[in-house]
Design a protein around this ligand. Structure first.
Ligand SMILES: Nc1nc2c(ncn2[C@@H]2O[C@H](COP(=O)(O)OP(=O)(O)O)[C@@H](O)[C@H]2O)c(=O)[nH]1
Ligand SMILES: [Mg+2]
Length: 483
């Protein structure tokens, strides 16, 4: 055992989420987790690594099956406290390879072999029962520093009944939900061991620092991907060459080709969104299949579906605050229609807000335009011939929906424990926003809205974002990610 690397043994009753906590702590979605009790038959060591450096080791164990009988055996071998650890060692030696106490031997062995922190897992959604007392007493005999973790598998909360009991046996009690514990909760847990065992301080601190660095660099990478992905989606222009026979009247092409163009535009955005999500999933160390995990059900709603437009983006009230800015952006340059209303100026837009439910409702998100527009030359200077175009984004709703879906997804992936396998129910109430964006602080939304408009402004001028704009945008995205 390498004393430089903190080591933890996760123990508890069967089926309380031990393996889930191991998966969460080691950011390893490959730890076997099952509804059926007894899935973990042998103890197994998992490592958390950052850039090939081993930060910590977590041992998954089968869980207690016959704690009271095991305790009785131990009690018959120890006259006083000084003999207890010896009795536990004798227990492991005695029953090793036999048919009795197979699971107890398996889980106690790592505790007798060296220094390891004990993480005792209980399901706080079920009430305390005295049967657990024998388990905790045995762990106390092993004499290792321990923290109890209140994991909640169900909806009820019985943590009160647990708290008082657990504090009799462990140094600290942490609420730690295997499915939702984010980076911060995990760091706090590790740091708690520094207080219990000051001699572990440097090793634990090194692991905490390594974790923190890893999380920061993941966030930075995520922000870079978000900035790039959103820029691409917001600025996307789908263009379709106008067939010769349609040239006479290219500004009024057949509605069939118009629909096709719009479909292609939508398909392109969907694809870009999917790619961005795949990148996010990888950055945060989840398996690719995670993108289809049930907890992301709401995000699986099609980008252009009515549901999506209802639950993502900003509320009408929030959007109203930015109407003037968007009016100025959309009113200048291209005179693009928003929700069927042609908007000349910000002032006009502001004036329309009250009655213009079309501006907020529905899923109108843009319109086709012709390559004879001056914008075309800016965007595609070397292109010749007649085209019909769709994009860039010309609706504040769509801009915010793209942003919200990206942020909501990134935030979910970022904080979702590698143990999580269900939830975030798609029970959608009408009119209710469910994404992350509308819950952000106003200053954060302001910064994001400014970023969206800056991007679209730059797109329309066919120039990159100015350096300070790009820096503000990244900061706004990072804030939204970490908020
Ligand atoms: N909702 C929820 N379910 C959990 C949580 N932790 C574990 N579970 C579920 O409880 C069951 C047992 O989990 P597992 O980690 O295999 O328990 P173990 O037998 O103690 O290792 C699995 O179906 C898990 O998905 C949690 O924090 N929340
Ligand atoms: Mg298990």
């Amino acid at each position: 055992m390498n004393p430089q690397i903190p080591q933890f043994v996760v123990v508890g009753h069967v089926n309380k989420g031990k393996s889930s906590i191991v998966a969460c702590l080691t950011e390893n979605a490959g730890v076997p987790i099952d509804r059926t009790p007894g899935t973990t038959a042998r103890s197994a060591v998992y490592s958390l690594r950052a850039e090939d450096r081993e930060l910590l080791r977590v041992i998954d164990t089968p869980g207690f099956q016959e704690a009271p009988a095991a305790l009785a055996w131990l009690q018959s071998r120890a006259q006083d406290a000084s003999q207890r650890l010896q009795a536990v060692r004798a227990f492991v030696e005695h029953f090793d390879g036999r048919d009795d106490f197979v699971d107890e031997v398996e889980l106690l062995r790592p505790l007798t072999e060296g220094q390891a922190g004990v993480l005792y897992v209980v399901d706080a959604s079920r009430p305390y029962r005295p049967v657990h007392e024998a388990e905790m007493e045995i762990l106390r005999w092993a004499g290792q520093p321990g923290i109890a973790l209140l994991n909640s598998i169900g909806d009820e909360d019985h943590s009160e009944s647990w708290q008082a009991v657990l504090l009799q046996f462990f140094h600290a009690v942490h609420r730690f939900d295997a499915h939702y514990a984010g980076p911060e909760a995990r760091r706090k847990l590790l740091e708690a061991f520094t207080a219990i065992r000051p001699d572990w301080g440097p090793a634990v601190q090194a692991a905490v620092d390594g974790l923190q660095q890893q999380h920061q660099s993941r966030d930075d990478e995520a922000v870079a991907s978000l900035a790039e992905g959103l820029r691409a989606m917001l600025g996307h222009v789908e263009k379709q060459r106008v067939a010769k026979e349609q040239r006479q009247d290219a500004s009024k092409p057949s509605s069939a080709s118009e629909t096709e163009l719009r479909d292609r535009y939508q398909a392109a955005l969907r694809k870009q969104e999917a790619n961005l999500r795949r990148r996010m999933t990888r950055i945060y160390g989840h398996p690719d299949g995670f993108a289809q995990a049930p907890e992301l059900a709401l995000l699986e709603e099609d980008l252009f579906s009515e549901t999506s437009w209802r639950v993502f983006g900003l509320t009408r009230q929030q959007l109203t605050l930015y109407a003037a800015g968007w009016g100025a952006l959309l009113g200048g340059g291209l005179d693009l229609a928003v929700g069927g209303l042609s908007l000349g100026t910000g002032a006009l837009l502001g004036g329309l807000i009250g009655g213009a439910s079309a501006w907020f409702g529905g899923t109108k998100f843009g319109r086709a335009w012709d390559s004879q527009d001056s914008l075309f030359l800016k965007l595609f200077p070397s292109e010749t011939g007649r085209f019909r175009c769709f994009g860039p984004v010309d609706s504040p709703q769509l801009a915010w929906i793209l942003l919200d879906r990206a942020i909501t997804h990134a935030r979910t992936v970022r904080v979702t424990s590698h143990a999580r396998s269900a939830n975030l129910q798609p029970g959608i109430q009408s009119g209710e926003k469910r994404g992350a964006a509308h819950q952000l602080a106003k200053a954060q939304r302001d910064a994001l809205d400014r970023g969206l408009r800056n991007i679209l402004q730059a797109v329309r001028k066919a120039r990159p974002l100015a350096e300070d704009e790009a820096a503000q945008w990244r900061r706004a995205l990072l804030d939204a990610l970490q908020a």
